[in-house]
Design a binder for this molecule. Structure first.
Ligand SMILES: Nc1ncnc2c1ncn2[C@@H]1O[C@H](COP(=O)(O)OP(=O)(O)O)[C@@H](O)[C@H]1O
Ligand SMILES: [Mg+2]
Length: 312
């Protein structure tokens, strides 16, 4: 499973810190105070978690995002460096604050509050063409959140395609619940679309996951819909593959979908078939849930192989 040739990936998207609490005594209620067993600061955001996941698998990754010139921004840069993600092109704006997400895990669910901060202020002109041209693959995360970039995404994908790059997109959720239809203008320039069940249904307005998969597959060569603890389903060149999730001792599922994406992209860059790609991605998603935060327990190639072998 070792990479053939090291293809370089450029990730464009969000960047923030996460504060994650687990083991809440009671769910927060206005006017009351409650305690939690654990509360930790960790590197957050779909783009950063995916980038770290790819780097852990030996893929050279450059991340372009916008943060503030503040302590949380500094924390993001240090964490990316520790995870071997190139951050030279991350912009720090002293007039803006770094984004922050507070995530409280309670029973088998979580409540999240997101402060997007500087992330949505990344502009098309902040992405140097020279950097785009030097990469092999472009991945865009958190489409709906990138308000200053959203109308430029088709152009960005086209730029990448023109230079011979392959492309992928994980739109993630639309917190304003608008599901901007502009996303369809991007899809013709996207090679891989990865998203979860709720996002797929909201974007297509389809009645079922299978129908959403079909609708996307009419536009995109490779579509992957993540089904949480049920695993994932994918369609490519008329072939549909559905595989269950791996069973692990889950502590926190923050960023599981982003680690999943890292596994799927790694597989795509190494030309694995659809079944193997989905298996690797499911393994990466599951492995990442073994600790709090998105990046602390992301899988290495060895971890992935061991988990996949354990199911045979
Ligand atoms: N509790 C879990 N146990 C094992 N695997 C999980 C668990 N939660 C998520 N995963 C894996 O991570 C993938 C992505 O999770 P999901 O929640 O569907 O995506 P997203 O984080 O984008 O919403 C799933 O398809 C699955 O493979
Ligand atoms: Mg997601």
């Amino acid at each position: 499973m070792s990479p053939k040739k090291k293809k370089k990936v450029l990730v464009v998207g969000d960047l923030n810190v996460d504060i994650i609490g687990t083991g809440l005594q009671a769910f927060p209620v206005l006017g009351r105070e409650t305690t939690t067993k654990e509360m930790r600061l960790s590197l957050g955001s779909s783009s950063a978690i995916l980038s770290c996941g790819l780097a852990k698998l030996g893929v050279p990754v450059t991340l372009i995002s916008k943060i503030g010139k503040d302590d949380f921004g500094k924390y993001c840069l240090q964490a990316l460096k520790a995870n071997k993600v190139k951050s030279d092109n991350i912009l720090q704006d002293s007039k803006l604050n770094t984004g922050l997400k507070v995530s409280l895990n309670f029973r088998n669910d979580k409540a999240e509050v997101t402060y997007p901060g500087a992330s949505p202020h990344l502009r098309y002109k902040d992405i140097p063409q020279k950097v785009v041209r030097s990469q092999d693959h472009l991945h865009v995360s958190s489409f709906f959140m990138q308000t200053d970039l959203i109308s430029f995404f088709p152009k960005l994908f086209q730029d990448a395609r023109r230079t011979g790059m392959t492309t992928s997109l994980d739109p993630n959720s639309d917190n304003r619940n608008q599901w901007n239809a502009g996303i369809w203008n991007c899809l013709e320039f996207v090679d891989i679309l990865m998203l979860n069940e709720m996002e797929a249904i909201n974007i297509t307005r389809a009645k079922s996951v299978n129908r959403a998969l079909e609708l996307f597959a009419q536009k995109v060569p490779m579509v992957v819909i993540k089904l949480g603890v049920k695993g994932a389903v994918a369609k490519s060149r008329g072939q549909v593959v559905q595989l269950p999730a791996f069973k692990v001792k889950t502590i926190d599922s923050t960023g599981a979908g982003d680690s999943f994406d890292a596994g799927f992209l790694f597989s795509f860059l190494n030309e694995f078939d659809l079944r193997k790609s989905l298996n690797v991605a499911n393994a990466c998603g599951a492995l990442s849930t073994r600790d709090m935060g998105g990046t602390t327990m992301q899988g290495t190639l060895k971890d992935i192989q061991k988990l996949i072998r354990s199911r045979r």
